[in-house]
Design a binder for this molecule. Sequence first.
Ligand SMILES: [Zn+2]
Length: 329
Amino acid sequence: MAEGASKTEFVVGVDIGGTKIYSGVFGSSMECIGTARVSTKAQRGPDAVIERIVRCVHDAVDECDLPFDQVKGVGVGAPGAVDPENGRVIFAPNLDWKDVGLRKTLEKQLGTPVFLGNDCNVCTLGVYETELKRKPKDVVGIFLGTGIGAGLVLNGEIYTGFNRTAGEIGHMVLEVSGPKCSCGNNGCFEALASRTALFRKIHAAVKEGQKTILTDMLGPDLEDLRSGDLRKAIRRGDKFVDHVVEEAAEYTGIAVANIINLLNPEVVVLGGGIIEALEDEMMAIIVETAMEYAMSGTSKGIEIMASKLGDDAGITGGAVLARRGLKAS
Ligand SMILES: [Zn+2]
């Protein structure tokens, strides 16, 4: 245990994803001192997943040789609609959860206060508190990964909306006659610019004979295709992949313009696996398109930036959520 650690109050941030649970222990100046990962195994049902969350928290704390009683609180970001006041996950399609009393069960099993939020909101809160030097009033975070979601920090607080579903930007329709989305609509942002959408587009084109460096890199079936492979292909001069990514960046820019028109936030932050892998390829196009599409006068002085927190946004935000929750209680 670090010298003087006994005087520090530690919190743990947890990010529950569809495939993995990630946790991190944070000290009083928000430095991360240890992390742990376990697979989610959502198919085993909520009780099994909750057990795995508990294990993941203990693993991270154990990783930094900290006695568990030094952990003062745990902040959890869960995918889907979350009711923070009652500590329930209302529905989470990724986990196949409906109305799960996550907070109560976790508090019982961990013996420490637990604070719950939607994952994109929690990520945005993490960026807001640790990445933005000045504290803007309103920040919107847009996260491009397997799906696309947004987090809203308005007046410095997480905004969840009437049915706790605010931030479902992935299902904002950008092309009425666009590709089918998992939600049943056509042309949702998520069906046009998520990792799933990009990979689907690439696979379909390759099947129809499209030439790309990706097949040299990964074989004809593009087995194990990752976001980073798109970056590598573009840097090796692959015009096809470049075009696919450029198109996704344009759609993202249009979505950002819609957000600017609707909420006029001071800062729009972009994050998630796609941005992490393709920041250099996408950000300039996103900013340019957003400025072009936002109504004249609405985008003046608004900052559109990429988060540097990457995979750690969720655990960082979870820790912030726990700190804020402890302070308020
Ligand atoms: Zn949709």
